[in-house]
Design a protein around this ligand. Structure first.
Ligand code: GTP
Ligand code: MG
Length: 480
């Protein structure tokens, strides 16, 4: 282990094996390279996980192995003179190399350097005597210490017992879930560290400020990415020529496939860029099956999920038939009348619906010199834009709510409620936000650069504040 002490606030995350120490380190440092496993004993050595902003380390968490022989260790502490860090150092130098105290010597190394302590317990199991021994050892160190109650499951819940017991040994107790903690909850935990670690209070305030600025920066970049996607997707055009009239139908289908494949790639690239901004590398994003972001962009279900009966489909097809002014009639089955109603008044120059039950139409621009020119796009359709926007918002919401400590295949049931709703997030936009996006959609057809720039700026600002408010949702944390 090679961790050097500097004035950067440093916290060692300690506890019994398998309580969620590594998960906490991973979530707080936004690092999904931390090793986490369902089997106790995964972490055998201390490892430092720096929190960096703009490449600069501003905070450090140390992942540690779990206590193996807490009772014996406590006995040693009780039978030896001295106190505080001197005693911790004496314990390490006297017991280094002894099999009985191997993990204890390792986990105490950061304490000997003066690191603050975050003690993690699983509040869904009862307190045992080994836990009491661990708490007593930590008290002996005299270091600033806080306990985090991380309930692995909701029931049973022994948090009340834990709080009462922990309060006798640590300076502060908080409830924090490593799998569901929001950005707000993480900031709250950092603020709580300030209360136990007065010496680092100023540094932690700086850390919190840097975190918040960085979060706003990520939201701004995400908004830019999404607006770029909408812009590119709605302006996208593919053309081809054929001089063989017998191949016209084949070419039409081919062109439509090319267009849809291009749009899918654009969407995928945008989502991956958002994932990278939030430092997620390893998890396979399993979007909730009944959210329309889980299906393919051009799947009937993607559009149908917004809720249309057969009759409404026919009605919307009729509306679209009357209103359709798009060059290429690229249509999607299953439009939402609900969403249409929402967009109807705001549609402006954008066609609100493209017609139902027709997946794609390629326009034949005309026959010149014996060749047909076929074209798909641009599809400047408000509903198409809103579906893309909705899928990006659902993706973003999923990314920011998926903590780094939560690993693939685990805990699918705890996806926050708003992510599992079958209706996406655009249905909760307020009318002025809807109008702003409709104006942006309309501006794409305008020749005037200034109006386009200003509509884009307004859409960016609206989206930035929507993203910011998604990150501010429930802290799910309480301190004692
Ligand atoms: N459902 C759920 N599981 C959790 C939570 N926190 C941790 N776990 C799971 O508990 C197991 C142990 O988590 P770790 O973070 O590896 O625990 P640890 O304390 O570092 O364990 P050792 O390294 O063995 O000491 C893993 O399977 C985690 O996914 C939680 O909040 N909810
Ligand atoms: Mg571990």
């Amino acid at each position: 282990m090679s961790v050097s002490f500097t004035s950067i606030p440093e916290y060692a995350v300690l506890g019994h094996p398998n309580e969620g120490k590594s998960s906490l380190v991973s979530t707080l440092s936004e690092d999904d390279s931390v090793r986490i496993s369902p089997w106790p004993g995964e972490t055998t050595e201390c490892r430092a996980f720096p929190v960096k902003i703009d490449g600069l380390e501003i905070l450090r968490f140390i992942d540690t192995p779990g206590f193996q022989t807490p009772q014996k260790t406590l006995a040693w502490f009780e039978n030896h003179p001295g106190q505080g860090l001197d005693k911790v150092k004496a314990f390490i130098s006297e017991n280094r190399g002894l099999a009985d105290f191997k993990d204890e010597c390792e986990l105490m190394a950061p304490l000997a350097r003066g690191a603050g302590i975050i003690f993690v317990v699983d509040g869904s199991r009862p307190i045992r005597s080994s836990d009491r021994a661990e708490m007593a050892i930590l008290e002996q160190t005299g270091l600033p210490r806080m306990a985090v109650i991380n309930n692995k499951v909701q029931e049973p819940d022994f948090s009340t017992d834990w709080i009462a017991e922990l309060k006798q040994h640590v300076h502060h107790v908080t409830v924090f879930n490593t799998h569901t903690a929001s950005f707000k909850a993480r900031i709250a935990l950092l603020s709580e560290l300030k209360t136990i670690d007065r010496l680092n209070e100023k540094a932690l305030s700086e850390v919190i400020r840097a975190f918040e600025q960085d979060w706003t920066r990520r939201n701004t970049l995400t908004a830019e990415r999404i607006i770029d996607l909408l812009d590119r997707a709605m302006n996208h055009t593919v053309k081809s020529k054929t001089d063989d009239s017998t191949r016209k139908d084949y070419e039409k289908k081919h062109l439509k496939d090319r267009w849809t494949s291009d749009i899918r790639s654009m969407e995928h690239e945008t989502h991956e860029a958002i994932r990278a901004l939030y430092r997620h590398n390893i998890f396979n994003l399993d979007l909730p099956a009944h959210s329309h972001a889980a299906t393919d962009l051009f799947d009937r279900e993607t559009w149908k999920v917004l809720g249309l009966s057969r009759g409404e489909l026919v009605a919307s097809a009729a509306v679209a038939g009357a209103a359709s002014a798009v060059t290429v009639d690229l249509a999607f089955a299953g439009h939402s009348l609900g969403l249409f109603a929402l967009l109807g008044g705001a549609a402006g120059a954008c066609s609100a619906l493209m017609g139902a039950n027709r997946i794609g139409r390629t326009k034949v621009l005309g026959r010149r010199l014996g060749a047909y020119t076929l074209k798909v796009g641009p599809v400047r359709n408000l509903q198409f834009m809103m579906v893309l926007l909705d899928r990006a918002l659902i993706f973003h919401s999923h990314i920011i709510n998926w903590t780094h400590g939560r690993r693939d295949g685990e805990c699918q049931k705890s996806v926050p409620e708003h992510e599992t709703a079958s209706i996406g997030l655009v249905s909760s936009l307020d009318p002025s936000q809807t109008r702003t996006f409709a104006a942006f959609c309309a501006s794409l057809s305008q020749k005037d650069d200034e109006s386009r720039i200003s509509a884009r700026k307004n859409a960016l600002a609206a989206l930035g504040s929507i993203l910011q408010s998604l990150g501010e949702k429930d802290g799910k944390q309480s301190g004692f």
